[in-house]
Design a protein around this ligand. Structure first.
Ligand code: 5FX
Length: 537
């Protein structure tokens, strides 16, 4: 297996079913990228009518995505690869990731449909009637507060839920979404034979049967005990009846789930012995792609922004999340998530820079570090960290102001200051930063963002040269899956991958302008801003 895994004529695929698009990266045995492609949901699948890949419902709390859009996106991307002449016959293994917490409800009888996929038809045609719930709840949803309160009461409080599952009850977490469906649409729950995460749903499309949920993405459900790595009975019972049989057994994140479905072998020319390695969450996938090691910390900018790091000794709290580590079984990963990420940056780009990243960058470049003490908090949608909403701007005296000069720098510095404040409040040590600037930003914008990130954190920043770290990480994990059983570590598997490059170091004197020392304390401008913002209205 080791010999086969390192031969350069072999390919390994990593897919990422993220919020706004489906992406794929192919790497060879030397972990060099040999192919990349993507399908943008809004523009390439307009029949589903999504904005930013989702439907925000009239209550402005419920957020869903049509599951058949994800199915059709897979048909499209594999078709694009075939038309581009990609040699599927060289793919030895594939894996992938999905936006975390989202859930898919397979209708009774669909497992048989998955087993008998006809290679002459598209997956979209074959699975049209395969889902009991056509609009899957996704991570941007914040409509399940009632279910969260019920779970915390039933289990013994917010900290108790965090001690078991790694997080207090969060609205976007899968268990609370299942509870809402069981309560509001019991007939659909009854008609459901399997519940997948987006990651294990995607794996099922390749496996040709229901794929298991992995420990890492399973940690984002408020249903799994992150220490025993089993479903937590107290959480299952507080969510819905006969739930464990719908979830199936959990697997570790480097498990080989089985052979690729004959559907893909016949339709695209994959080899018959191509292996499917467990899919996982997009952030665990990014941790793999950024090759984080213990003590590193990462900032990933995308539809959601996240701060995450590799830890050995988890200390679950009522802020932030602890997930099982996707590439090292005894370890964990800590994560803080921000809902107002790229969609908010794009709104300010459209408002203040005429929709141009070039103008956005030049404005950012020409405004002073620290923005003369003007700070902005931009929660267009109900934020996850902290739980607050609305746009709030403060001048250097912490007076709330309406009109805003320097709004672009106020947004970018405010988003990074918040990340530093929360990371340090939770005790994360800042040793080395590797941001992954999402691919929806032009390169020069990302270099500017990287400089602001370095200035705010007062730390060197390293970047990787592939736009999508989750796909890359899952290509690495596909290879790792073939050798994990023989005890080869992930670090050993990826030792030939390109090293993260030092991108920027802090601007000399930046800390004096950003009064980031103050930011660390409860009297710092951002902390005060949060107090002003969070006090009862
Ligand atoms: O909710 C999140 C993590 O907890 C988001 O980062 C989603 O994974 C984005 F897809």
């Amino acid at each position: 297996l080791t010999t086969m895994a390192t031969s350069t004529d072999s390919f390994y695929l990593g897919f990422d079913f993220s919020t706004q698009q489906l992406k794929v990266v192919a790497v060879d045995g030397n972990l060099s990228v040999v192919h990349q492609d993507s399908v943008q949901f809004d523009s390439e699948l307009p029949e589903f009518g999504t904005q930013g890949g989702v439907h925000i419902h009239a209550d402005s709390l419920t957020v869903t995505s049509p599951v058949l859009m994800w199915v059709k996106a897979l048909d499209l991307i594999l078709g694009k690869m075939k038309n581009a002449g990609f040699d599927f016959s060289r793919v030895k293994a594939l894996s992938g990731s999905g936006q975390q917490h989202g859930s898919v409800y397979w209708r009774k009888g669909t497992n048989q449909v998955l087993r008998d996929l006809h290679p002459g038809k598209s997956l979209h045609e074959l699975l049209k009637g395969g889902f009991a719930v056509s609009d899957s709840p996704v991570w941007m949803d914040s409509s399940t507060t009632e279910q969260c309160q019920y779970l915390e009461t039933a289990v013994g409080g917010a900290q108790r839920v965090a001690d078991i599952t790694g997080s207090r009850a969060y609205e976007r977490f899968t268990g609370n979404q299942i509870a809402k469906i069981y309560k509001a649409q019991p007939e659909k729950y009854e008609d459901t034979e399997r519940i997948s995460l987006v990651s294990s749903f995607a794996a099922s499309l390749f496996l040709g049967s229901y794929a298991a949920i992995d420990y890492s993405d399973g940690s984002g459900m408020n249903l799994m005990d992150i220490f025993s790595k089993q479903w937590a009975d107290s959480c299952l019972e507080a969510t819905a009846p006969h739930l464990e049989e719908r979830l199936g057994a959990l697997v570790h994140s480097s498990a080989v789930l089985g052979l690729l479905s004959p559907y893909h072998v016949t339709r695209y020319g994959f080899p018959e012995d191509c292996k499917v390695v467990a899919f996982t969450g997009d952030n665990p996938g990014s941790l793999a792609g950024m090759r984080l090691q213990e003590g590193d910390i990462a900032v990933s900018l995308g539809t959601s922004d996240t701060v995450f790091l590799w830890i050995k000794e988890p200390r679950p709290t009522v802020e932030g999340h602890i997930f099982c580590n996707p590439v090292d079984r005894p370890s964990y990963m800590a994560l803080i998530c921000y809902k107002n990420g790229s969609l908010t940056r794009e709104r300010i780009r459209n408002k203040c820079a005429g929709g141009s990243w070039e103008v956005f960058s030049s404005v950012l470049r020409t405004t002073p570090i620290g923005n003369d003490g003007n700070i902005g908090i931009y929660f267009d949608a109900m934020e996850i960290t902290p739980s607050a909403v609305g746009v709030h701007r403060f001048d250097k005296d912490n007076t709330k102001v309406s009109a805003k000069t320097g709004e672009i720098r106020a947004l970018v510095e405010g988003q990074f200051l918040a990340k530093r404040v929360h990371a340090e409040k939770l005790g994360y040590k800042i040793s080395e930063w590797m941001p992954n600037i999402s691919n929806n930003m032009q390169s020069h914008s990302s270099s500017l963002h990287t400089q602001v990130l370095s200035d705010v954190f007062d730390a060197p920043v390293y970047t990787i040269d592939v736009a999508n770290s989750a796909c890359l990480g899952c290509g690495y994990r596909a290879l790792q899956g073939l050798v994990a059983e023989s005890g080869v570590s992930f670090a050993e598997t990826v030792r030939k991958a390109p090293e993260p490059q030092l991108a920027v170091t802090p601007t000399p004197g930046a800390d004096k302008h950003l009064n980031w020392v103050e930011v660390r304390t409860l009297t710092g401008p951002l902390q005060k801003a949060y107090f002003l913002l969070l006090k009862p209205f």
